[in-house]
Design a protein around this ligand. Structure first.
Ligand SMILES: [Zn+2]
Length: 337
């Protein structure tokens, strides 16, 4: 999908894309050990009728199917494999990507810059260098034709000078870097009165930036900050982003992942526009499809078209479900603490 098509997408076309991609995904998923026993009647023309036949997937399912049980392709077909350690259970889990999957991830991030189109004079820098956050955001910014300034890891001390010299206008930083940047600015602007910043916007994600601190930073630097959402299990940051309307809602790319909300206690699906646990189904991932995956995030899901013109639904982040519901179906004897 190109930017023009993305911005003009209507509800009916989106629904057709979701339906056909979901039917493909349900077949594809059965190639993995995780979903090989699914019995699904694909003849339904309604997305929810299809999803009603699919049980929820949890993070614990990924632990149980380590190392290759969730994959639909052999390791030789994967471009990247990332192993993580679940600190709660002290058990590994793995996520991998074919080349096509990796490109899909970069495209999810690129859409951030379709929602916030760059100005001709824009220069972007990422102040985070992890793959799941800043590194791929930098890569996607380049794909969106934004000039990218690469700041070496750990080089925060000279950063404000670089902002000045390279006329940086836009950057990504996780919340803890925002805090360092803010205190640097407070000390360095007194030392260097010629420091002139041309910043106009910034993006953050990985953890929430408090409302008060966000306003303080926005006012101090005269910028607008937009939140980005993502999960390791679904690529990483870039799955959803705030739009210029700035009502705290983030558009989620529902042609890549289909969102539902469930009651985290009863596990029943809630009607659209309800608040509940976000459950996501990948729609176009080849090697690592996830069906009705419980994200552990409480959100309000709003499906009406946004006044910015985008039909992609919005999620309003409430917090984590962990404090309310314990993971089910995992033998406590396997827990190592
Ligand atoms: Zn919007």
């Amino acid at each position: 999908m190109q930017m023009t098509e993305f911005r003009r997408l209507n509800t009916e076309t989106l629904r057709q894309i979701q339906l056909s991609f979901l039917q493909w995904t349900l077949l594809q998923a059965q190639k993995s050990a995780l979903y090989k026993n699914l019995e699904i009647d694909l003849m339904h023309e309604d997305i929810y009728s299809l999803l009603d036949q699919v049980p929820l997937t949890t993070h614990v399912d990924l632990l149980k199917h380590y190392p290759l049980g969730a994959f639909t392709v052999p390791p030789s077909k994967l471009l990247r494999v990332h192993v993580f350690l679940d600190k709660k259970y002290n058990m590994p889990y793995v996520i991998g990507y074919t080349e096509e999957d990796w490109l899909i991830w970069l495209n999810t991030i690129k859409r951030i810059f379709w929602v916030h189109p760059p100005a001709p004079e824009d220069v972007f820098v990422s102040l985070d260098h992890t793959i799941f956050r800043g590194q791929n955001i930098e890569e996607a910014a380049g794909m969106a034709n934004i000039a990218v300034f690469h700041n070496p890891p750990g080089n925060l001390r000279n950063l404000l000078l670089a902002f000045h010299e390279y006329r940086i206008t836009s950057f990504f930083a996780p919340p803890h870097i925002f805090e360092k940047l803010f205190s640097l600015y407070q000390s360095q602007k007194k030392e260097n009165s010629l420091l002139r910043l041309r910043l106009r916007e910034a993006f953050t994600g990985g953890a929430p930036l408090s409302k008060e601190f966000r306003e303080l930073v926005e006012n101090t630097f005269d910028i607008t900050i937009y939140h980005i959402y993502g999960l390791k299990e679904f690529y990483g940051l870039g799955l959803a982003v705030e739009c210029p309307i700035q009502d705290n809602g983030l558009h989620i790319w529902s042609d890549y992942v289909f969102p539902e909300v469930i009651d985290p206690i009863t596990l029943e699906r809630l009607p659209e526009n309800s608040t509940g646990e976000l459950v996501l189904t990948t729609l176009n991932r080849i090697s690592f499809p996830l069906l009705r995956y419980r994200t552990g995030d409480m959100v309000k899901l709003v499906t009406k078209t946004c006044s910015c013109g985008l039909v992609f639904p919005k999620i309003y982040l409430i917090g984590k479900v962990d404090a309310v519901v314990k993971p089910r179906g995992f033998p406590t004897s396997e827990k190592k603490s």
